[in-house]
Design a protein around this ligand. Structure first.
Ligand code: FES
Length: 152
C-alpha cells in the first residue's frame, strides 16, 4: 500500500466534512440498538437463524420467541459482528418484528431489506448488503421454528 492510498476511508461524506454520512434514525439505532444481546452468546428461543455475509464475512444471529396460537413473534433478539449499518438495520428489523403485537411468521418471511431501509430512511448504496443480514437471519429463525414446531 502506498502513501497516497493509506487510511482513505471506504465511505466518505460528499463534502469531505466531519459530519456523519448516516441519517439521524440510522445513528440512533446504531448508538442505541434495540433488542441486541451484548453479554451472552446464547439465548433461550423458539427459533434461531445464523447467517454470514459472503461480502465481508460478518455474522448475524437472531433468536425469536413465538406465540404458538397466534403465530406471532413475541421476542426478536440478535447479535452480530457486523458494522454500524448492520447494527442499525437489524435493530430496526427487531423493532418491526415485535411491534403492534408481533409480526406474523408469514409476514416475517416476506419482510424485505427495502422495508427495513424504508423505516431507517436509507443507507449508503454500498451498505445495502449490511441490511440483508438481519432480515435473512430472521427468515432462518422462522424456518427453524417451523421445522421444530411443525403441526402434527
Ligand atoms: Fe459487513 Fe456492514 S460491512 S456488515
Amino acid at each position: 500500500m502506498n502513501k497516497e492510498t493509506k487510511n482513505i476511508p471506504d465511505v466518505t461524506s460528499c463534502g469531505q466534512s466531519s459530519s456523519w454520512l448516516y441519517n439521524d434514525t440510522v445513528k440512533e439505532h446504531f448508538l442505541n440498538p434495540r433488542n441486541i444481546l451484548i453479554n451472552d452468546t446464547q439465548h433461550e428461543s423458539d427459533g434461531i437463524g445464523i447467517v454470514g455475509s459472503p461480502a465481508c464475512g460478518d455474522m448475524m444471529v437472531v433468536w425469536i420467541k413465538v406465540d404458538k396460537d397466534s403465530e406471532r413473534i413475541t421476542e426478536c433478539v440478535w447479535r452480530t459482528f457486523g458494522c454500524a449499518s448492520a447494527i442499525a438495520s437489524t435493530s430496526m428489523m427487531s423493532v418491526m418484528a415485535t411491534e403492534n403485537g408481533g409480526m406474523t411468521l408469514r409476514d416475517a418471511k416476506r419482510l424485505s431489506p427495502e422495508a427495513i431501509l424504508d423505516r431507517l430512511g436509507g443507507l449508503p448504496d454500498r451498505k445495502y448488503h449490511c441490511s440483508v443480514l438481519g432480515h435473512q437471519a430472521l427468515r432462518e429463525a422462522v424456518l427453524d421454528f417451523e421445522t421444530n414446531h411443525a403441526k402434527q
